[in-house]
Design a protein around this ligand. Structure first.
Ligand code: GDP
Length: 302
């Protein structure tokens, strides 16, 4: 996809170019594996994911399937795609039906790009012919409410918001009711991203969940965790807290355009086992794509 190709440009021209260059050597040896290990860790794959990939690669060398650096490069590409696909198998099919709003709860730490991602998602659903409603349930920050309203205006999408400091549960209640009354197809709910304590976060999200389920028992249909690719392994640690607290079903990986370390996607897939559904590749609503393992790896390597 053109978004992935431009979004991953820095990664492709940075560490992944060096990785590709490793395979221009004349033979596979210990040194090649050592250098590959260092570069993969540098690319944000993390130690555990790097070791797992190298182990599989070395196994293929031992079995005689991979005999030279060119074959090793192709094998690495395949193993990287397989790693992303393994997490994709945990995907829940998204069913959009008329009359029952598809409810998406968007969670993540402030500054990761949550609001921008909601705007991108709104546009994505509008493009698919669905009606959209935004709900400003991050009532803790006045700026978050204003920002969501501004996006709503720009996109021509209604926004349900209360005053700063209001009860998030009450805003969600109004949002659910409005969605029902107006026959909205997709409800995108912005939530507070302050990571006070895990129990605070859990309590607030549990309350929102109860309000949602009073209207639509099998909702939320998607709990989307937004992760900022530029925060690397630190972002992964934040993600662990959210996955434990929020029952995350999908990940949106943002700001890929701002990092030369696109390897974080592999660490997320392997260590969290949660599928990456969307990627953000810039500040505009169109800088957004559905995640595709093969396209992602190709955009890193070529
Ligand atoms: P929130 O606090 O999590 O709601 O974060 P915002 O949506 O306000 O985004 C924080 C900053 O990151 C803003 O300046 C956004 O324009 C920027 N941003 C969000 N997504 C992306 C992205 O994919 N690429 C780039 N380059 N910037 C982004």
């Amino acid at each position: 996809s053109p978004q992935l190709e431009s979004g991953l440009k820095r990664s492709r021209q940075g560490i992944f170019r060096q990785i590709v260059q490793l395979f221009e050597r004349s033979q596979i040896d210990r040194e090649l594996f050592d250098d590959l290990e260092a570069l993969l860790i540098q690319a944000d794959l993390g130690v555990a994911t790097t070791e797992a990939l190298l182990e599989r690669l070395q196994e293929r060398v031992r079995r005689g399937e991979v005999r030279d650096p060119v074959e090793a490069r192709e094998a690495l590409r395949e193993e990287m795609v397989a790693l992303l696909e393994a997490a994709m198998r945990n995907r829940r099919v998204k069913i959009y039906q008329r009359g029952v709003p598809f409810v998406s709860l968007v969670v993540g730490v402030n500054g990761t790009g949550k609001t921008t991602t909601i705007a991108k998602l709104a546009r994505y659903h509008l493009d698919q012919g669905r009606t959209v409603l935004l709900v400003a349930a991050d009532t803790f920050r006045a700026a978050a409410i204003d920002q969501l309203k501004a996006w709503g205006e720009r996109l021509g999408v209604p926004v349900i918001a209360h005053a700063p400091g209001a009860d998030p549960g009450a805003v969600v209640f109004d949002g659910m009711q409005a969605a029902h009354n107006r026959g909205i197809d997709v409800l995108l709910i912005d939530t507070a991203g302050r990571l006070h304590t895990k129990s605070n976060l859990m309590a607030e999200l549990a309350k929102i969940r109860r309000v949602i389920q009073r209207h639509v028992p099998d909702a939320p249909h998607e709990v989307l965790l937004v992760i900022d690719a530029t925060t690397g392994q630190n972002g992964l640690n934040q993600a662990r807290v959210f996955t434990e607290a929020a029952g995350v079903t999908d990940i949106a990986l943002t700001k890929l355009d701002g990092t030369a370390k696109g390897g974080i996607a592999f660490a997320i897939a392997r260590e969290l086992g949660i599928p990456i559904a969307y990627v953000g590749t810039g500040e505009k609503p169109t800088d957004f794509a559905e995640f595709d393992p093969e396209a992602y790896v190709d955009a890193l390597f070529f």
